[in-house]
Structure formats: structure tokens, C-alpha cells
Design a protein around this ligand. Structure first.
Ligand code: SF4
Ligand code: SF4
Length: 100
């Protein structure tokens, strides 16, 4: 994820190494078993617990230099289940690339 993202091509490998953590701009709702550090947790408008996002749109736990998760071992279940190369991943990559 530290490599600046270039235009997607059909031959481009779908890997987090060529991605600026696009999926870490999505809302991450915390479930009962999740235990991220409290400073990265926010309360949404319905009273639910979510990962805090900063003004740039990314999760507060993203390292802004490396674009890697700083709490990888304690990342929520939603993050663990997000599969690289599957449709949601491709959608987020396309959305970020088309907006930059
Ligand atoms: S899972 Fe997909 S969207 Fe998320 S960082 Fe990896 S390549 Fe990017
Ligand atoms: S907890 Fe980590 S993997 Fe999950 S959205 Fe935040 S930075 Fe990304």
C-alpha cells in the first residue's frame, strides 16, 4: 500500500500493494467481539460503534504515510472479512482511481 496507485489496467495485479487502502474509507461497524483501541472508535448517529474516520475520509487507524493499518492485529471483523480482489474491493479501487 505504500506504492502510489497508478491507473488500473487489465493486466494490473489486484493487490493491496498497488492500492491506497481504498477499503479503509468505508464505514466499519463494530461487532461485539471487536476490540480496537478506544481512540479509533466513534459513535454513529444511531448510537452504534464504528471505526473513527478523519476529515480526509480514511479510517483513523490508517498510517497516512504507509497507508497500512496500524492496528492490524486488532482490526475489526469487517476488515478481516473484506476480501482482496472481490467485487467490493474492485469497486472501491475503481472509485478512488476515478476520483484522483
Ligand atoms: S482489500 Fe482491496 S480495496 Fe482494500 S487495500 Fe486491498 S486492494 Fe485496496
Ligand atoms: S481498522 Fe485497519 S483495516 Fe480496518 S478500516 Fe481501519 S485501517 Fe483499515
Amino acid at each position: 500500500m505504500s506504492t502510489p496507485a497508478g491507473p488500473l489496467t487489465a493486466a494490473a495485479a489486484i493487490t493491496c500493494a498497488t492500492c491506497r487502502a481504498c477499503c479503509c474509507r468505508l464505514e466499519v461497524i463494530l461487532m461485539g467481539e471487536d476490540d480496537p483501541p478506544a481512540e479509533f472508535v466513534a459513535t454513529d448517529q444511531w448510537g452504534g460503534q464504528v471505526m473513527k474516520r478523519l476529515d480526509d475520509g480514511w479510517c483513523a487507524a490508517v498510517d497516512r504515510v504507509t497507508m497500512l493499518c496500524r492496528i492490524y492485529e486488532r482490526r475489526p471483523g469487517v476488515c478481516r472479512e473484506f476480501a482482496v480482489g472481490e467485487s467490493e474491493c474492485l469497486t472501491e479501487r475503481m472509485a478512488l482511481h476515478s476520483s484522483t
